[in-house]
Design a protein around this ligand. Structure first.
Ligand SMILES: [Zn+2]
Ligand SMILES: [Zn+2]
Length: 155
């Protein structure tokens, strides 16, 4: 799928407008051009979200998706599957220690994760916006592409 960088029109391969220009010469090799079928302006190739199949909205002007998934799917993933991701990737302790006061717990790492998780989830319930910001910050600091990959795999 392609999208015009000027008017935003989306079109399939083969629908683009094509033309040739000879730059004033009547013979010789013509240069080939292509553009948006509506307005003739340049266009970008755009890829659908690997989870919901939606195409990126206008705000992604270059057609880029974060890790191959759209903003909405990323937000849902961060809200609903973040804890599972932390466990799967074995980074829960890093996240909870970084996002809570984290100190003073004389427990085994597994116990500590559970205690910190409980604290964190209580906090997340009180301030969901801050919690989402924490999670996004953690992912951006570590490996948001890996999180997107993980979300796509578990689909
Ligand atoms: Zn156009
Ligand atoms: Zn999506």
């Amino acid at each position: 799928m392609f999208r015009c960088t000027d008017c935003g029109h989306m079109f399939e391969s083969g629908e683009e407008r094509v033309w040739e220009e000879r730059h004033g010469f009547t013979d010789g090799k013509a240069e080939k051009f292509s553009g948006c079928p509506l307005c003739g302006e340049p266009y970008d190739e755009i890829k659908p979200c690997a989870i919901c199949g939606a195409y990126p909205e206008d705000e992604y002007e270059d057609g880029e998706l974060e890790g191959g998934i759209c903003k909405e799917c990323l937000a849902v993933g961060v809200d609903e599957y973040f804890d599972k991701y932390l466990d799967d990737r074995n980074v829960a302790i890093d996240f909870y220690i970084g996002s809570t006061d984290g100190g003073g717990y004389a427990y085994t790492p597994d116990e500590a994760v559970e205690i910190l998780r409980k604290d964190y989830l209580a906090y997340a319930k009180q301030s969901p916006e801050n919690a989402r910001r924490n999670r996004m910050y953690f992912l951006e600091e570590t490996d948001i592409d890996d999180f997107c990959k993980w979300l796509i795999e578990r689909k």
